[in-house]
Design a protein around this ligand. Sequence first.
Ligand code: GLU
Length: 477
Amino acid sequence: MAKVKTRFAPSPTGFMHLGGLRTALYAYLYAKHNGGDFVLRIEDTDKERFVEGALEVIYSSLNESGLKYDEGPDVGGNYGPYVQSERKEIYAKYAKELVELGGAYYCFCSKERLESLTDENGNRKYDKLCLKLSKEEVEQKIKNGEPYVIRQNIPTEGTSSYEDLIYGTIEVDYNDLEDNVLIKSDGMPTYNFANVIDDHLMGITHVIRGTEYLSSTPKYNLMYDAFGWERPVYIHLPTIMKDATRKLSKRYGDANFDDFINKGYLKQAIINYVALLGWCPKNNQEKMTLAEMVDLFDLTGISKSPSIFDDVKLRWLNGEYLKEMSDEEFLEVATPFFEKSAVYGKYDIKKIAKLIKSRVEILSEIPEKVDFIANCATIDNNLYENQKQKTSIELAKVVIPACIEKLKDIEDFSNSSLFENLAVVATELEIKSKQLFWILRIALTGMLVTPGGATEIAEILGKEECLNRLNNALSNL
Ligand code: GLU
């Protein structure tokens, strides 16, 4: 069997939608699992949709996700160019050939005539009028400079059938298909034509794309057959839904790779989660590196039914990736988010990062999780009243001054030293250290729950700030 070759063929829209990223990922995984090649091809024949900088978005999203392509516009290869707008002559040549083979024909119908074919329901189907033109008539019209398009010649009756590796046998009545335009009046091909020519010329063995192409694939097969080319194997992927009724679509700007990065998701968590949108490995593993995915990928794990984008699961997965990072790695990814917080420039974010690493799921939660350190809330004295912890305002009146006295003398303001010294204070006061730390935390932060214990926070605040806060707390009692 020929070496497996798959491709990802995005249109440069200016962002990498997660649905597109999933297609790219599965095409990559399928190729790599089978020792094959993965190709990037840019489908930019629709000039109206051109967006400045869009190619860079594609390159960088794929690179960041680790989806290294073997051939593509920026890496080269033997079957280029890999940008469709640079392949106009190639399409022209094959379109002409397809006309000669009877698979396509020139159409000179005006816009007005085409509009007149619209039925009462707003549907329009071309009536093959120009198919009746003789070869001479066509040549004459072209010579006269009449504008034309080239249309595919679809049989008017019969059923086409092909096998999809996920959805099984797909049958479509030719009558439901249209004589679509293959070459536009400006000489540019449409997707319908270019995808076939390119997939063939680039040696693509397996075409992996969304189910929206399931019913138009018979049109492409007609072309493969007319040219006498081998059809590729088809693998159509289930739709990704935002919820039970809505598709995760490009229109909801919230489903783009870059947006997720900016919101504080890690690229490895995103790519891992995207892998699970429609696929489950045999061993049910959920957290996987890209290399593990390559190893585990198999088509039997791909579901036919739509998958629903689960924000909670993505957050969980992201949190898992954060937890397993080293403190240095976490600090590096977290720093841009610390910059947006009130602690930045005031306290040692290295220490704070350690404190919250296992307590955030996405990095954008950092400011809300750490701002309490910088902004001590005015203390609600009732917080000291806690039956379960056996604390009270009365006890706070004893504990806080004792802590102040002790802290004044402590040179080593590290968590462990503070912990030891204050535990001694608790013993002296004949209370449990748990009671002391409960009160201390409230006095230092004004909060009942915080990430990290009282002494961890005290270490971050430093001696001077701790004493200030405790004195304030005391005078507030
Ligand atoms: N350019 C098409 C798209 O962005 C690619 C479809 C395909 O993979 O054939 O949807």
